[in-house]
Design a protein around this ligand. Structure first.
Ligand code: SF4
Ligand code: MG
Length: 327
């Protein structure tokens, strides 16, 4: 955190995709070099928008994104191109992002060739090395996307992202469409790539259990706001926001202690007209009068742990945790 050049910082106000939906509301997020951050929330909470803003695909209406200490919107020419290449997004549906008429060799080799990142004649070897790196047989390079399974296509998408030598990968629901057993394999691949290449990862998912084993830190979003942010262990062991607690409750785990709390009730409200005060108050079993009128600030509740809930205001522990926690 002391090395300014070693982090990506996002200070955003309202990023407003049409029509005037305030998808992100004063999000302040930092991803440190080499770190894996899980970004979790229900669909419509703004996490994909945040991913696109961070990648420079969508400009924020206010605020800015810094990468290695530089505001990405201020970059021009080669510096702008290098920054775009340094951040790659991997989307959910590999089929829709892979051109069905192109062979895998062209799909993976195109960007490095166009941007002159490989010496003349070097694309072939690069593609085959990348296929091997993501666990696919290099001999499959001349096939078309439809000749692969869903999991293999996601590996192709990952190889294509790696082809431009990024340092930061944003995985937006990258494994959500895959079978559970295949999901585990692709997560393992991401963990292996992180170790081998020193990648920084932002792992966006609606499913808290998916980010658990890959993330160092977890950020929980609700209707465009960050409501909790902590180390993965702290999120799972000592959550400090009722919404996080509710998401945890939805994960079936035999070894988890019984929780005095029920899963999230009700529909997620529309982001077009979010509830006043704490956005979560209509669904929160702990809602108090103040919750409907006043937005809870995102406060430090422990070292490296922030939460936005009025229950944390005073002595700062959620009542649900004080009853059950003994260690
Ligand atoms: Fe629930 Fe109030 Fe905390 Fe919001 S601020 S999560 S409504 S207790
Ligand atoms: Mg999404």
């Amino acid at each position: 955190k002391t090395d300014f050049a070693d982090r990506l910082a996002i200070r955003l106000g309202l990023a407003a995709p049409p029509p005037a939906v305030h998808a992100l509301d004063a999000v302040d997020l930092e991803v440190r070099k080499g770190e894996v951050v899980g970004l979790v929330g229900e669909s419509g909470c703004g996490k994909s928008t945040l991913g696109r803003v961070i990648a420079g695909m969508l400009p924020p209406t206010s605020g800015h994104v810094e990468h290695d200490g530089k505001d990405i919107a201020q970059l021009r020419g080669k510096a702008a191109r290098d920054m775009r290449l340094a951040t790659q997004i991997i989307f959910q549906d590999p089929m829709s992002s892979l051109n069905p008429r192109k062979r895998v060799r062209e799909i993976i080799g195109e960007a490095p060739r166009v941007h002159g990142l490989v010496p003349r004649g070097g694309t072939r070897k690069l593609v085959e090395d990348l296929l091997a790196r993501v666990g696919l047989d290099p001999a499959m390079a001349d096939r078309y996307p439809h000749q692969f399974s869903g999991g293999q296509r996601q590996r192709i998408g990952i190889a294509r992202a790696l082809a431009v030598n990024p340092d930061f990968l944003i995985c937006d629901e990258s494994i959500a469409a895959l079978d559970v057993s295949i999901q585990a394999q692709v997560i393992n691949l991401f963990m292996q790539l992180r170790a081998e290449l020193g990648l920084t990862l932002l792992f966006i998912s609606h499913d808290l259990s998916v980010v658990r084993h890959i993330s160092d830190r977890v950020v929980i979003m609700y209707l465009g706001r960050v409501v909790e942010e902590a180390s993965t262990d702290a999120i799972f062991d000592t959550p400090r926001h009722p919404y996080t607690e509710a998401l945890l409750h939805e994960i079936p785990r035999l070894d988890r202690r019984a929780r005095s709390f029920s899963p999230v009730k009700g529909e997620i409200p529309s982001p077009v007209n979010p509830p006043s005060g704490c956005h979560f108050h209509p669904r929160c079993p702990f809602a108090m009068e103040i919750c409907a009128t006043t937005r809870p600030p995102l406060l430090d509740v422990a070292a490296g742990h922030r939460a936005a809930c009025h229950l944390n205001g005073g002595q700062g522990r959620l009542p649900l945790e004080t009853q059950t926690q003994t260690q």
